[in-house]
Design a protein around this ligand. Structure first.
Ligand code: FES
Length: 657
């Protein structure tokens, strides 16, 4: 850039969002999009290696590093990787459909879940509102304002040993007199003292003029790597008043926790990530406020569950050592912090609680799910799983629990797959195949024109291709079949799911052998993790009495197809239960019950973490699971039977194994 071109302002217009932003000349285009609120896929966090952030420069000029992720033809047509581009002149930028993150899809309903819920808890929120009417001071009774308040609480509610936040003391004199000595006090009781039944001392965190007991609300959040969900809760009624979900703004800094940690190590990176997640949280709070028409000053506290990396970043704590062996978090339990000190736009009195975690890759979101689903309350042997880039699994019951994180890779979220995409409009989700001519029948999310393949779609496709004999149990195509849909592409053999004219992206959408291989690796990691844990406690997968599947991806999984490819154990189908967002479920229930909030800490302590990356058993199990469904057919008796039956019913078809 020449000297005289520095410090010049440039206007960038993004389509189809139709938003403008003015930035300095030389600014990075991906970061400019983030600042403008335009969500662009950026799986690798701006390192230039994933190729998901391609945008079309319609007018104007950028200075761009051309990487191998951009073909000559794409370059000629004006496509650039946003993360590799610096702004030179005013621009009009079009974000193509395959690079966009559609927000509308976030609220899509999963399959109806039958919730496995914690039971036996009292509806007694950690936060209480108490109304007191105090006598005004006189010469005969000129005790201080604070003593007067504490005396009133003692007399009316039998409350002793109360502590009071300084923020309350600061406004006490004014509020008491301004309200003619009628006030509502908010107290917070968090958890019982360890090993006793005694409750901690209540803490006065707020005082309001008059009687505001009817306005008693709190917030529950699930902070996911991809999405953030928030709920506004009525603490008098014990119900959800409003709910909102958005992409975690950090998504533009990398798709998974590893790329986020890498970004946090750049200069100013941690601060940027922290501010970005807070901006998403504030957007959700604004939305909850708009939906409910409830003034934010009545929001009393926040309970938040997230994985260990997301929690540390939100708290502004360096997550560096989470990524480095032997993978240590800064702490498994953080004290409550004032939400406003993190930049969250709520009253100063609002404390934010984060769920305790177990280890670097088994975080508060899993503990929250275990508490919400009541796994720790029942005797039956339960397998709990939350599937994402990292599949976290827990096996146990009310007496013990073992847990591990399986590095499944991004295939379940559409990553590492040629036409993979997040589950949004146009993602191929349903798939069937005509066994006589091998023509596909596909179904997409919201019935939009096909744009790519989402994680659950990938499972369904591979399962049906296997059943139809189009691929063998190694995941390789049967190239002898009489169909032009199987062909040799740039990444080896592939099957055409949708021809270019039928798609949104104007290209054939295919599934390749590399994609199938990535899925096999992902499902093998999950299944081997399960096998390793059950074996460590002297049981087998067939002993599992209940399987609870949490997470947005889980709610769209087809159990039968997952078993077909060897992802879920081959046990009676009625043992599977879906709970949707387990992390949010736990955060909500603990907002209603201090019993459960206390249990969360106990649950985190009772979970023993297995580090699978160093475990020989896991490695052996993993290698054995790199097959469809498994090298040991006895592990999947019903699938093996079906495959043999299908092979016999089509004698002319050759299945290469
Ligand atoms: S190539 Fe730009 S974000 Fe990955």
């Amino acid at each position: 850039m020449t000297k005289d071109s520095t410090n010049k302002k440039r206007r960038v217009h993004f389509d189809p969002d139709n938003v403008d932003i003015v930035v300095e000349q030389g600014a990075n285009l991906l970061e400019t999009a983030i600042a403008a609120g335009v969500h662009i896929n950026a799986s690798c966090g701006g390192n230039g290696v994933c190729g998901t952030c391609k945008v079309l420069i319609k007018t104007g000029e950028v200075k761009s590093n051309k990487t191998e992720k951009l073909s000559e033809e794409e370059y000629k047509h004006g496509l650039r990787q946003a993360c590799q581009s610096r702004i030179i002149t005013d621009l009009t930028v079009y974000v193509p459909v395959e690079s966009r993150l559609e927000k509308s899809i976030l609220s899509r309903e999963g399959k109806k879940v039958s919730e496995a819920l914690a039971t036996g808890w009292r509806f007694k929120p950690p936060l209480s509102k108490l109304f007191v009417e105090l006598p005004a001071p006189t010469f005969a009774d000129n005790t201080g304002d604070l003593s007067r308040l504490l005396r009133g609480l003692r007399q009316r509610y039998n409350l002793h040993n109360i502590t009071v936040d300084f923020g309350v003391i600061k406004k006490l004199a004014k509020v008491l007199r301004g309200s003619r000595w009628k006030v509502t006090v908010t107290t917070l009781i968090t958890a019982a003292k360890p090993r006793t039944k005694e409750w901690r001392r209540p803490r006065v965190i707020n005082i309001e003029p008059g009687d505001t007991r009817k306005k008693h609300y709190s917030l529950a959040f699930d902070i996911g790597t991809t999405t953030i969900c928030g709920q506004l809760l009525d603490l008098n009624e014990g119900k959800v008043i409003a709910e909102s979900i958005d992409y975690n703004g950090q998504i533009s800094y990398g798709q998974d926790v590893i790329t986020r940690i890498a970004y946090s190590q750049k200069r100013g990176g941690l601060k940027k990530l922290q501010q970005t997640v807070v901006a998403t949280i504030n957007g959700i709070i604004r939305e909850l406020k708009a939906q409910s028409q409830i003034n934010v000053k009545y929001f009393g506290h926040i309970i938040l569950a997230g994985n260990t990396t997301m929690t540390q970043i939100l708290l502004g704590l360096d997550p560096k050592y989470i990524r480095l062996a032997p993978y240590t978090p800064i702490a498994n339990l953080f004290p409550p912090v004032r939400a406003s000190s993190l930049g969250i736009k709520v009253g100063r009195q609002v404390y934010l609680f984060t769920f305790p975690s177990v280890a670097s890759y088994v975080g508060g979101d899993i503990v929250s799910g275990i508490v919400g689903a009541g796994v720790y309350q029942r005797k039956n042997l339960t397998f709990y799983m939350d599937v994402g880039t990292n599949g976290e699994i827990v096996i146990g019951n009310s007496d013990w629990m073992v847990t591990a994180s399986c590095s499944a890779g991004p295939a379940f979220e559409g990553g590492g797959v040629k036409h993979g995409m997040i589950a949004s409009d146009g993602a191929i989700e349903e798939f069937d195949i005509n066994p006589s001519n091998f023509e596909p029948e596909i179904g997409t999310i919201n019935s939009a024109k096909p744009k790519g393949i989402c994680g659950s779609g990938l499972i369904n496709i591979v399962a049906r291709l296997l059943e139809a004999g189009v691929i063998n149990q190694n995941g390789k195509f049967n190239t002898d079949l009489p169909t032009k849909r199987i062909r040799k592409g740039t990444d080896g053999y592939e099957y055409v799911l949708s021809w270019a004219p039928e798609t949104q992206i104007g290209k054939d959408i295919v599934i390749t052998e590399v994609d199938i291989d990535n899925l096999i690796r992902a499902k093998a990691a999950m299944y081997a993790g399960c096998q390793t844990l059950v074996k460590s406690v002297g049981t087998t997968c067939s002993d599992l009495e209940q399987v609870i599947i949490a997470g947005a991806f889980g709610s769209h999984m087809n159990v039968e197809k997952c078993i077909t490819i060897g992802f879920l154990p081959d046990i009676p189908r009625n043992r599977f239960t879906f709970i949707g967002n387990g992390s949010l479920l736990g955060a909500r229930l603990t907002s209603f019950s201090r019993d459960l909030l206390d249990d969360a800490r106990r649950v985190a302590n009772m979970m023993t973490n297995f580090e699978l990356s160093e475990n020989v058993d896991f490695t052996n199990n993993y290698v054995a699971a790199l097959f469809l469904p498994h090298t040991n057919s006895e592990e999947f008796p019903s699938v093996s039977k079906t495959l043999v039956k299908l092979a016999k019913s089509k004698p002319k078809r050759r299945i290469k194994v």
